[in-house]
Design a protein around this ligand. Sequence first.
Ligand code: ADP
Ligand code: MG
Length: 438
Amino acid sequence: MERQTAWDKILEHLKSRVQSSDFDTWFRHSKQKSETSEYIQVRVTSPLFVEYISENFASQIAEAAAYAGYGDREIRFGSDDTFPSAVTPHKSTPETRRRTSALNPDYTFENFITGESNRLAHAAALRVADQPTRQYNPLFVCGGSGLGKTHLMQAVGHRRLSRHPGDTIIYMTSENFVNEVAQGIRFNRMEAVRQKLRAADLLLVDDVQFFVGKEASLTELFHTFNALYDDGKQIVFSSDAPPREINGLTDRLKSRFEWGLIVDIQVPEFETRVAILRKKAESHNIDLPDDVAFLLAARCKRNVRELESSLTKLELLADLRGEDLTADLARDVLADLLGRDEASSAPTEILKAVASHFGLKPSELKLRTKKEAIVFPRQVAMYVLKSATSLSLPEIGRLFGDKHHTTALHAIKKITGRIEEDPELNRQITNLIAQFRP
Ligand code: ADP
Ligand code: MG
């Protein structure tokens, strides 16, 4: 039996830290090339992998390495004989400090797509970037993971910097903050840490839910907040939940968080997801066909980060295989991410979606009536069912209170004709279908 390498051991810990589809895509074919007391070299499939892995999985790899007992080694990734990219499990202090104020250049307002789900948060963020007011101080942005909180906060930072280049802008994750405080206490330089924080004209603290249980940091945050607030400096917080729902925060801090404006970011609607994909494709200079965009947007509903990474994966695999970005390739390679065939629930979901599109209840589609307000939506539903599922015409007929299969056939012909004449209807129906096609 082959001896287990250090990387094999790290992989075992990594498995439980990344999604299984990611593990299969990115790590299954990785292999240790060599090992010294300082570093471990790992060979991956292509140079694209090198970049993607270190950008997206660095913290999980560092953690897995620490658990596997290699917390002191650098992990270097490469695809041939150069190993340009490294993940260091123990970040040194200077590096942590440098990262504290760095803003991701992509996280700007220009790159932020707005829709119903984030309109208020976006408007509030723009407002505090341009003209701080008591009313919106602090701005507290909450929402689920991967919905754009960090992006929006950093956009505030970028915008303020471009308007007021002299301003001191501090962006910190809660982790940065807690680390700074821990280091400050340990090296007896808390005063310097305080001064640094209080010099901010704009303080952005990301993911404050991670402060829970960190007493010293909570106290420090409280005093920093008071000092900046009294000076009229803008503060922006983010969290995965509204202040009152974060258990384990001190009441006085919760109440400070509620002084200004709390805005939330919801899961983006279909159109917004499509727009985000288009924007991302544009910035990558790739041609994203509508049906591929619809397919990805239909299947990645709850998390923009996953939506983006599904596109990146697809891009990468199209590139590796030398194929075009087509819906077939998308279905093929993203089968895992896109979930199992939801054949059994699909018809019900389709009836719901079509009914709601026309402002009806699903049961109304089944009424025995010749009223156009019912007949037309019913025909659309039949058309969508035929296009998005493998149901036969008699099966489709039965979904509507035992309509004969010729009724279904007639409906489909009718809608096919209408679509040819009416581009707007065509667009609506294409959207509906894309949401359900397996
Ligand atoms: P969160 O901090 O809420 O977990 P992020 O801000 O890290 O989420 O967003 C995850 C990814 O999704 C980022 O790459 C971000 O650029 C992207 N993203 C999220 N919302 C939008 C949006 N409305 N427009 C464009 N990109 C977005
Ligand atoms: Mg974030």
